[in-house]
Ligand binder design. Structure first.
Ligand code: 5CA
Ligand code: ZN
Length: 415
């Protein structure tokens, strides 16, 4: 599937430090050590509604990782999926009487435009679930050969206990898994399952649903197997980072890890699992099913500068849960105006130590609040908010513009 156009990224004169990231399974901060290109998989959208600020926050977070690796001198291979066939998409399409393919295409296109506006670097491989059905079938055949799948009526299930490491990705106990499972697409009470936590890998055809031929009869892929198949094919085993929002810690990433580790024993799915916090609005997690959404496209349509949206997101650490309020956006609009004013002066307070601090903060578990605070201090010094403007560095503006663009994805170049 087509991704979106890549923005130009300036090359910085001084490389950034190695990149460390909090790893969900170990609970520790791990220094990533890519060999060759850094390999990143970030779970993509289920395109049944427009991109909200929660999605945007998660994709901007992993965009910081992509940029931090590049600034540290690595090439990056970035893969993202689109869950373009799944229960919520089909349910929404039926509800609003629109063809599911059309709905998926429309919302995916809007997502591309939102990501491009926010200057999120595109994935190298942007892969839909539908187009990856042959990969999914191949992977299920491997699981079948390993004796880890079984049939319940027309559906095929993966036996979670076949992965000795099952549970290690989330670190959750069974009670917690069982509690959350039904809310996140699981069916613990389905009769005939060997273990309530087993998950569907191939869902037999239902009336009114799209289906594809397979060795197990016509049907469609389960959710988790989709990401496993796409990541394994395009990134190989033990890739550097699996990313997504914290609502994917369990079951999604646990199941992906399970499928992959059974298909290729001895090779972990990913080396690091990194999770972004949940963005809330009006007291609850912003979610398509709850309907408490602020859409990126709606803000763009009301002429909000996408760089202000991006800055508002960057003011929060990506791993924290936080609540969106409209005044954060207006603060960011003011900040962008002030930053642009300082950058337009050309000369300013010394840039090199600020650039170093920005790169160091981002390489340290993507600490954007620390990075943006360093920029605030530079802006204040340059504008002389205390009446004493510091313009001792003649090239400060150009250096800062490049660093803000390359590291934070904030393009504040003056037209
Ligand atoms: N298609 C699957 C992943 S394979 C999916 O979860 N799609 S999604 O459209 O529901 O979410 C896309 C991404 O946005 C996921 O990484 C999800 O964790 C993240 N996300 C969803 N809601 C929020 C939120 N309120 N705050 C932060 N991130 C969110
Ligand atoms: Zn996924």
């Amino acid at each position: 599937m087509r991704a979106w156009p890549s923005p130009e990224i300036p090359t910085l004169p001084v490389p950034g430090p190695p990149v460390s990231l909090h790893d969900t399974p170990s609970g520790a901060k791990v220094t990533t050590t890519p060999t060759g290109a850094a390999r990143l998989y970030v779970c993509g959208i289920t395109p049944y509604d427009a991109t909200h600020l929660g999605h945007a926050a998660t994709y901007v977070a992993f965009d910081l990782l992509n940029r931090a690796w590049r600034n540290a001198g690595h090439d990056v291979t970035y893969v993202q999926n689109v869950t373009d066939v799944d229960d919520p998409l089909l349910e929404r399409a039926a509800k609003v009487h629109i063809d599911w393919v059309e709905l998926a295409e429309r919302e995916t296109e809007l997502f591309r435009q939102d990501m491009a506006a926010l200057r999120v670097l595109p994935p190298d491989h942007y892969i839909g679930a539908v187009e990856s059905i042959p990969l999914v079938i191949e992977l299920i055949q491997r699981l079948e050969a390993a004796g880890t799948v079984y049939r319940v009526e027309d559906d095929l299930y993966f036996s979670v206990t076949s992965d000795p490491a099952f549970g290690a990705e989330s670190g959750w106990d069974r009670a917690r898994m069982l509690e959350v499972y039904p809310e996140r697409g699981g069916d613990p009470d389905r009769a005939g399952k060997k273990d309530p936590l087993d998950c569907v890998v191939w869902r037999g055809r239902r009336d009114g649903e799209p289906s594809w031929d397979s060795p197990w009869g016509s049907g469609r892929p389960g959710w988790h197997i989709e990401c496993t198949a796409i990541a394994q094919r395009h990134l190989g085993g033990a890739f550097d980072v699996q990313g997504g929002g914290s609502d994917l810690v369990f079951p999604h990433h646990e199941m992906c890890a399970g499928h992959a580790q059974v298909a290729v024993p001895g090779t972990p799915f990913a080396q690091v699992y990194s999770h972004a916090g949940m963005v809330g609005y009006d007291g609850e997690k912003m979610s398509k099913s709850r309907g408490n959404l602020v859409f990126v496209s709606a803000l763009r349509n009301s002429d909000v500068d996408p760089m202000a949206i991006r800055l508002a997101l960057l003011r929060h650490h990506f791993r924290s849960d936080w609540e969106w309020t409209d005044d954060q956006l207006w603060t960011a609009v003011d900040d962008v105006t002030r930053w642009r004013r300082a950058l337009s002066l050309g000369a300013g307070a010394p840039a090199a130590p600020v650039v170093e601090e920005v790169l160091a903060a981002l390489a340290d578990d993507l600490d954007a609040p620390r990075a943006t605070a360093a920029v605030d201090r530079w802006v204040a010094a340059t504008l002389g908010t205390d009446g004493l403007a510091d313009t001792s560095d003649p090239d400060a503006g150009v250096q800062m513009l490049a660093a803000l663009d390359a590291a934070l994805g904030l393009a504040l170049w003056l037209s």
